[in-house]
Write a protein that binds this ligand. Structure first.
Ligand code: SF4
Length: 447
């Protein structure tokens, strides 16, 4: 763990402590130009080229975060995350402006309803600093794309009339850059919706600007429990004494903390770095939650790794360290399919009564299945049956539960009819209906 306070870049050496510790000072003194950066380190040609591009995704770095960069190393993992290089402007196959189709899944601007019982609520386009691989670079950093109070009202109205939503994730941009009054108003309005059980916040503010985690902010947040917060640390060098102090304040306010890291080529794409990262996170009481595969978003091509790298990292963590220190490795499905978790394969084979498994060391074992299995009596689960259905999103769990027998791609039946005439063998559709499972199809939302 780094010592407190963390080192400052020499140009900030004379800044009085009261200013340095004031998040408003940190925000208003962010670095964003060639001239600003040249005061701290020598820019590479690639960085200078990128910084002179028109329409570049916004660049801003808090003095605190910039001070964590080793000025002598152009490969510094913090520098690579927030300073653009020429590689950022190169297009790549498969890139998209909105690679997760978030806007297509938004019934109202800024409210992404992708999963059955939860939503993502974008409340601002501003961040304390800007990550070069940002998934939402299409709107983030652009003040003209900001969400208005009219947008907030539309988002809240959608939530009020959508009772299956029990979990709201505030993101953006970074919700903790909002003016405290605006944040309070939003949280109050959410808490007034009876079916919203959980409020979550995704924020990189504690990492970019731990000074923002004041006692006042913690007092504000803890009035809206149950409230969870995920931070975003990618490399152990970001875990400073200041971040540890901010996390300590948040956890003392009763806020469970998780971490979402992005797997980034040249920054953290190695098991030894990831192991150090998760160990340092749990030491400051932050649970590693997700390791994200980098999205197919414009500007992020040079940060992408093969998926095999993520599997290799999980292979090096699972079993080798505490279970709660191992994040879930996920690919957010391009096109809006949501998160898909990936793990190394631990099932080697199975029969009708044995499963052959391997552990992290390569030890191979056999789990003998019970020959007779009495499952839970339905009377014990009846009270937990969901009152509100998943509206067509039962997926493979629906097949296992027996709510459906197959999931067909769009157009499957039409294709396999191969045109042709109506004929006597096709006339009777009941012959394809499995007994006891409705018509066998997964239910569509509009059914
Ligand atoms: S903090 Fe999050 S929203 Fe902001 S630039 Fe980084 S990844 Fe994007």
């Amino acid at each position: 763990m780094q010592v407190f306070p963390s080192k400052r870049a020499p140009i900030f050496a004379d800044i009085p402590d009261e200013k340095w510790s004031d998040w408003r000072w940190q925000l208003s003194h962010r670095l964003n130009s060639v001239e600003d950066f040249q005061q701290i380190f020598t820019l590479t040609e690639s960085e200078t080229t990128a910084l002179s591009q028109p329409n570049l995704f916004r660049v801003e770095i808090t003095p605190y975060f910039a001070s964590l960069i080793n000025p002598d190393n152009p490969l510094d993992p913090i520098r690579r995350q927030i300073l653009p290089t020429a590689a950022e402007i190169l297009p790549f196959t498969g890139e998209m402006e909105d690679s997760l189709s978030e806007d297509a899944h938004s019934p109202v601007p800024g409210l992404v309803h992708r999963y059955p019982d939860r939503v993502l609520m974008l409340v601002t386009t501003q961040c304390a600093s800007y990550c070069r691989y940002c998934t939402r670079s299409r709107i983030v950093g652009d003040p003209t794309q900001s969400f208005s109070s009219k947008d907030f009202e539309a988002q809240l109205n959608y939530l009020r009339k959508t009772p299956q939503v029990r979990d709201v994730l505030l993101s953006g941009g970074d919700p903790l850059t909002l003016a405290p009054k605006v944040l309070e108003r939003l949280l109050t309005a959410l808490r007034e919706i009876p079916h919203v059980e959980i409020i979550r916040i995704g924020s990189r503010v504690p990492v970019f600007m731990p000074q923002r985690v004041t006692d006042d902010l913690c007092e504000l947040l803890q009035r809206f429990h149950p409230l969870w917060l995920n931070i975003h640390v990618n490399h152990p060098n970001e875990i400073t004494a200041e971040l540890a102090e901010a996390c300590d304040k948040l956890t003392r306010a009763g806020i469970p903390l998780g971490n979402q890291a992005v797997l980034l080529a040249g920054i953290n794409d190695d098991p030894v770095i990831q192991r150090k990262l998760v160990h340092d996170l749990v030491r400051i009481r932050v649970r590693p939650y997700y390791l994200y595969q980098c999205d197919l978003v414009q500007g992020a091509g040079h940060f992408r790794t093969p998926i095999g790298k993520g599997i290799e990292i999980i292979e090096a963590l699972r079993g080798h360290t505490s279970g709660f220190a191992v994040p879930t490795y996920v690919v957010d499905a391009p096109g809006g399919g949501g998160k898909i978790s990936l793990t190394p394969n631990y099932i080697l084979s199975y029969s009708d009564n044995k499963v052959v498994l391997r552990n992290y060391e390569g030890y191979v074992t056999t789990y003998i299945e019970p020959t007779h299995y009495e499952k839970i009596d339905p009377s014990l689960t009846a009270a937990y049956q969901k009152e509100i259905s998943d509206t067509g999103q039962e997926g493979v769990a629906g097949l296992l539960a027996g709510d459906a027998m197959f999931i067909k791609p769009e157009g499957f039946d039409q294709l396999h009819q191969r045109g042709g005439e109506r004929h006597r063998l096709r006339d009777r559709t009941e012959k394809w209906i499995p007994r006891g499972i409705g018509d066998g199809r997964q239910k569509d939302a509009e059914d």
